[in-house]
Each structure stands twice: as C-alpha cells, then as structure tokens.
Write a protein that binds this ligand. Structure first.
Ligand SMILES: NC(=O)c1ccc[n+]([C@@H]2O[C@H](COP(=O)([O-])OP(=O)(O)OC[C@H]3O[C@@H](n4cnc5c(N)ncnc54)[C@H](O)[C@@H]3O)[C@@H](O)[C@H]2O)c1
Length: 251
C-alpha cells in the first residue's frame, strides 16, 4: 500500500502510541507522523523500535504501573493517545487456565486502565483524543476460542465509553477501534500455533480466513487510517464509539 499524502491535520499535536514496535501500533505511529504529529512510540521491546529514528522511542511495559506513571511524567501535554497493547489467548473457557485469564486481562485491560489514567491528566487542559485498540472479538461478537480475549476486549470497550462520558466536559474524546482479523506478526504466530494444533496449515488458514466475509485479512494500514481520523479534528463530534474495521464481519 502506498503511503498516503500528508494532510498535516495533526501538525503541532503530541501523540503517544503504545505497542508501536510492530503490527497495528507501528502502522498507527507511522501514520500519525505522516499526518504531522510529534509521535512518541513505545513498546515493551525497545529493539523493535530501533528503526524508528530520533530520540522519542521508549521502552514501556504497559502492565507495569510504576513504569507507566514515570513514562507519562515526561509529557507536559498529550494531545493524542493510541493504546494498542493487547494479547490473544486462543482457547475456550475450559482451555483457559487461571494464569491464562489473568495474563489476558493484565495485558489487554489493566494496561488500558493504567495508560489512560496516566494520560488523561495531561490532556485535560487542552482537550485531546484517545483511541483504544479493542477488537470485534469482544462485547460486539463472540468468536470460537476467544474466551479470555473477548472478555478483556469487551472490558476495553466499556472503559472507552466510560472515559468518553466522564471527560466530554474536558474536550477529551475517547473511541475504540475494533479490528477484524488483520495481518500482523502476531497473527502469523497464531496461525502457526493453530496449524500445529490442527496438524495442517491449510486448516488453520481456513479457520482464520473463513471468519472474513471479505475473503481476506485486513492490513495494519487500514486500521491506522481510521485511528488517524479519530485522532484528528475531522472526528471532532465522534466520541464513545466502538468503530469496527472488519471487512464486513459485523454487517
Ligand atoms: N492482528 C489482529 O488480527 C487484531 C485484531 C483485533 C485486534 N487486534 C489488537 O490490535 C493490537 C495490536 O495487535 P497486532 O496484531 O497488530 O500486534 P502484534 O501482536 O503483532 O504486536 C503487539 C506489540 O505489542 C507489544 N506488547 C505486548 N505486550 C506489551 C506490553 N505489556 N507493553 C507494551 N507493549 C507490549 C509487543 O512487543 C508488540 O510489539 C492488540 O491490542 C490486538 O489485540 C489485533
């Protein structure tokens, strides 16, 4: 996909993007920078941000309460926050151990609580836009073998709506982007894991592509473009929404 022409619609905005080392978070960081924002990408794995260039990239484990609080102290003001951290446990409730459950909730939901709570005080003076990356596998739709993941991402949508309601008066908008299946490094790992369980890569691909009415996976750029819209003043009247970017899964 060719890079979109810069609109400059995020010029002068300070944008913080978590889980920006690869996949959707990385595409969002790149897209916001193309649109003129001063982007601060972070990831649990700093090595993944080696190619970013410039001093703004930082190591941040978004489940670490102390690290998240310390990280946000460097920002007098945050205009845009995109929180992309998430983890997919593949399993039914019977296949989900208490440790799997706690890990899922910690990475996908607790991290959203910690990051949004640290960012909001830095957005209150001037207003801003928060985008959480949830999923259609959530309160929106049930999928096989997504018990812990669906519960965690449903929680992300609930938190997103509550934050939108609480901070409307402070001109902070908060929306969730809910992707369908998107081609990313972790999707390729999940396909490999399922192929090992099913004994066939074709069967694993059928499982994933079969969920897609469009017959294909989404791209990280297709998700990033919706995040950039929600981050910008083009979406000034949009808040508290769960926006599906899913190629028709939830028609
Ligand atoms: N790929 C999909 O099909 C899909 C679909 C719906 C939702 N999502 C969501 O989109 C987001 C990004 O997924 P993806 O598949 O593009 O990326 P990915 O899973 O390939 O990469 C995730 C990134 O998050 C980082 N990360 C993991 N735990 C972290 C933590 N505790 N703190 C900071 N960084 C951490 C990883 O180092 C990695 O760089 C996730 O929230 C995911 O649940 C993805």
């Amino acid at each position: 996909m060719s890079a979109p022409a810069s609109s400059g619609r995020l010029a002068g905005k300070v944008a913080v993007v978590t889980a920006a080392g690869q996949g959707i978070g990385r595409a969002v960081a790149e897209r916001l920078a193309q649109e003129g924002a001063e982007v601060h990408p972070s990831d649990r794995r700093l090595d993944l941000l080696a190619g970013w260039g410039g001093p703004a990239a930082a190591a941040l484990d978004a489940t670490d309460e102390g690290a998240v609080a310390a990280y946000f102290e460097r920002f007098p003001r945050v205009d845009v926050l995109v929180h992309a951290v998430g983890y997919v446990h593949q399993g039914t409730i019977e296949e989900c151990s208490p440790a799997d459950w706690r890990r899922s909730l910690s990475i996908s939901l607790d991290s959203a609580y910690l990051v949004l709570a640290a960012a909001i005080p830095r957005m209150k003076a001037a207003g801003g836009s928060i985008v959480t990356i949830a999923s259609v596998a959530s309160s929106i739709k049930g999928f096989p073998r997504r018990a812990a993941y669906g519960a965690a991402k449903g929680g992300v949508i609930g938190l997103t709506k509550a934050v939108a309601a609480d901070y409307l008066k402070d001109r902070i908008r908060c929306n969730a982007v809910c992707p369908g299946t998107v081609d990313s490094p972790s999707l390729r790992e999940r396909i490999d894991d399922l192929a090992a369980q099913m004994g066939s890569r074709d069967k694993a691909m059928d499982f994933f592509v079969g969920r897609q009415p469009s017959g294909r996976f989404g791209t990280v750029e297709e998700v990033a473009s919706v995040c950039a819209f929600l981050a910008s003043d083009d979406a000034a009247f949009v808040t508290g929404q769960a926006v599906c970017v899913d190629g028709g899964i939830t028609i």
